[in-house]
Write a new protein. Structure first.
Length: 189
């Protein structure tokens, strides 16, 4: 375990030293679609909804950036017997972006933690009850950007996070993995 920790610290320090570039703060926002991954019931479902995201970040160099974000995943509709109603979710958290700049293009992988708030609104014919819960989840994804000007970039984000209603230690019941695809802009200061 110590060897792994030392190796990760050495790689992070190397990335900071190797990727020297101007440091900059930025804000970003995006709008797009979220896809909720859960089983549909016999009456079908609506797993694709509108999602949006805002973020504020700081780029340390060409490789490493961190950002704080807020997400709204929208509301999906399920009619399966164990989950008949609408499932919605929001999240706030922080993540690290590790990537590279190629001329006017930026690409990065994202990993972080999010405080996910999920809520379930049962259908009028459902025997389920309304549920609200909060969980800390790992969030991961990819980011691609094209700098239109030195301060303005078009940005594409893909993120994956679990929105769960009930959990017991390791296993989640009644919930979904949500994948979002968002197109937006980023403004650098």
């Amino acid at each position: 375990m110590r060897t792994t920790t030392r190796l990760l610290m050495a790689l992070c320090l190397q990335a900071l030293a190797f990727g020297a570039a101007a440091q900059e703060a930025y804000v970003a926002g995006g709008l797009g679609r979220s896809n909720w991954n859960f089983d549909c019931g016999p009456n079908g479902c609506d797993r694709t909804t509108t999602a949006w995201r805002v973020a504020a970040g700081y780029r340390f160099n060409r490789i490493v950036a961190v950002e704080a974000f807020y997400f709204d995943f929208g509301r999906a509709r399920s009619s399966q017997p164990s989950l008949d109603g609408e499932l919605g979710g929001t999240a706030g958290g922080a993540e690290a972006l590790l990537g590279w700049q190629f001329g006017a293009f930026d690409v990065a992988g994202k990993i972080g933690l999010a405080s996910v708030r999920s809520d379930f609104r049962p259908a009028p014919t459902s025997f389920d009850v309304a549920t609200v819960s909060r969980h800390t989840e790992v969030i991961g994804g990819l980011m691609g950007a094209y700098r239109v000007t030195p301060n303005l970039a078009l940005r594409l984000d893909v993120d994956i996070v679990t929105v769960a209603l009930d959990s017991d230690a390791i296993f989640y019941r009644r919930g979904a993995d949500v994948t979002t695809l968002l197109l937006g802009v980023a403004f650098r200061f």
